[in-house]
Design a protein around this ligand. Structure first.
Ligand SMILES: [Zn+2]
Ligand SMILES: [Zn+2]
Length: 170
């Protein structure tokens, strides 16, 4: 799967943010760490607002149909109102920013993550976004395999399930 660099990285951050909030409210430093590309401002991290964003991103992955997924994404686009322009700073080369630099952190992040997920759905199909079916694993993931064969969030989960199935048969 050929993501362009920024979309790919941004999609990974959407996954990381959704998974970070899956186990309860994280530490603000963990949110900063997951979103380090965005350089959140000094001061308190609005955990409620980021938690809301994380939950809505998760819903996009867990949607039962493409139609529902598109409705959720369109609602996110309405909420976070991306207004794209091209930025070039810190030697990164020209790339999109989706909210003026003085916009609230959660809006900058929300607009950018939402645009990246919308690109995946439009360019590659909603089937690329999934929820791990392994027991007790809340993680969502993006299937980046060439033949759309990824079922679990990680090798760890795939192995865990296969070992359990093997044991159950003997
Ligand atoms: Zn930038
Ligand atoms: Zn998993």
């Amino acid at each position: 799967m050929d993501y362009d660099t920024f979309t790919g990285q941004t999609v990974s951050e959407a996954v990381a943010l959704a998974n970070l909030f899956a186990l309860g409210e994280p530490d603000p430093s963990e949110v900063r760490d997951v979103l380090r590309l965005y350089g959140l401002r000094d001061g308190p991290v609005d955990l409620a607002a980021f938690g809301d964003l994380a939950g809505r991103i998760r819903a996009v992955f867990e949607a039962g149909s493409d139609r529902e997924r598109v409705e959720l994404l369109n609602a996110l686009l309405s909420s976070y109102e991306p207004t794209p322009f091209i930025a070039d700073h810190d030697g990164q080369g020209p790339h999109f920013h989706f909210v003026p630099d003085d916009g609230a952190d959660v809006r900058r992040v929300g607009a950018s993550l939402t645009m990246a997920l919308a690109h995946v759905v439009v360019d590659y199909g909603g089937g690329r976004l999934g929820r791990c079916p392994a027991p007790r694993c809340p993680n969502v993931f993006v299937d980046t395999t060439r033949n759309r064969s990824q079922r679990y969030c990680s090798k760890t989960c795939a192995t865990r399930v296969h070992v359990a199935e093997h044991r159950a048969r003997h």
